[in-house]
Design a protein around this ligand. Structure first.
Ligand SMILES: N[C@@H](CCC(=O)N[C@@H](CS)C(=O)NCC(=O)O)C(=O)O
Length: 306
């Protein structure tokens, strides 16, 4: 039975990113569905409070965010690589570019559709994105259409020499970063997407190729099964704190870790890893035992509590 357990819901473009990684690597994995909004107690038992999707579990190790899921899948299953043609720094850096692409598409979707959402879901998303005014974002649609098309035009430019994927002949993380936000607009606002994208012929062919990566082989399991896996596994005892840590973090500190972009929730625990690429905390919960929860450093705030 595969060690990989993905906690997720499929409607999320960030989940779709994790699925394309699993597809590129042709991996078998176990799926635990989470709700699209709180309460998410089953997930919180593992993460300590982070509520976002996707989250990868490997035994008693928990990996938050598609950035770290990419790194971990690459470490565990190096071939085929997510980083064709290089060590991956630039492909990983594109996560911040892809966030800007996401935001342009998100604002188009919110402006057009959020007033029709059920009230509890709309209120939850207003909480999640405190920097977006749901009441006025629709009035900015021309700007966000222009931004979205400008991002998509970069993809079209990169593909214009006839290459199959953004990096050349092999698919990689750059494709997987960008593709979900093209698919998101096509799914949510097909007419808007057509008006912004359909003269990009190379992009259209590329969309089909990236979608065809699929998702590997999924087996559904329930949350108690995943919790039992965590309880039966020994939490990794690695302690690895960068002596040059930019915040002066030290092993054993109690810290809170939370995203610095949206309010996807924070987690508290004992700091065991702090490096430029990640921070990890050890925490114990009666439902899952002791787990180590890893977060990317890029885009996450670490607050020492004592
Ligand atoms: N940087 C994160 C972003 C994840 C993210 O924002 N996911 C959204 C769904 S698209 C989410 O978790 N929303 C809150 C929720 O579903 O509770 C990643 O790449 O994993």
């Amino acid at each position: 039975m595969t060690d990989l357990i993905l906690h997720h819901y499929d409607a999320s473009p960030f989940t779709q990113r994790a699925l394309r990684m699993l597809g590129l690597k042709k991996l078998a994995w176990r799926s635990v569905q989470m709700p699209m909004m709180p309460p998410k107690d089953d997930l919180a038992a593992l993460t300590g409070g982070y509520r976002g999707t996707p989250v990868l579990q490997v035994g008693a190790a928990i990996y938050v965010d598609s950035q770290l899921i990419a790194r971990e899948l690459e470490r565990l299953h190096p071939a085929p690589t997510l980083f064709p043609g290089g060590p991956g720094g630039l492909q990983l850096a594109l996560v911040k570019w892809s966030d800007a692409f996401f935001r342009a598409g998100l604002k188009l979707v919110l402006g057009a559709l959020s007033s029709q959402w059920p009230e509890p879901f709309r209120k939850d998303r207003e909480h999640l994105f405190p920097d977006i005014d749901f009441g006025t974002v629709g009035a900015e649609a021309p700007h966000w259409r222009a931004q979205y098309r400008a991002h998509a035009a970069l993809l079209e430019q990169q593909l214009a020499d006839g290459r199959a994927y953004l990096g050349g002949t092999a698919p990689g993380l750059a494709d997987i970063h960008a593709h979900p936000f093209v698919a998101m607009l096509r799914g949510a606002l097909p007419e808007v997407a057509a008006s912004l994208l359909d003269d990009f012929a190379h992009l259209r062919a590329w969309e089909a190729r990236v979608a065809a990566l699929g998702e590997g082989v999924r087996t559904e399991v329930d949350a108690p099964t995943a919790h039992a896996v965590a309880r039966a596994s020994r939490a990794p005892d690695t302690v690895d704190v960068d002596p040059n840590d930019a915040q002066g973090l030290r092993a054993g500190m109690t810290v809170e870790v939370e995203p610095d972009d949206t309010l996807r929730g924070g987690s508290r625990g004992e700091l065991v890893i702090a490096k430029p690429d990640r921070v990890a905390i050890r925490r114990t919960d009666p439902r899952v035992g002791t787990v180590v929860v890893h977060f990317p450093r890029l885009g996450y705030r670490v607050t020492p509590l004592g």
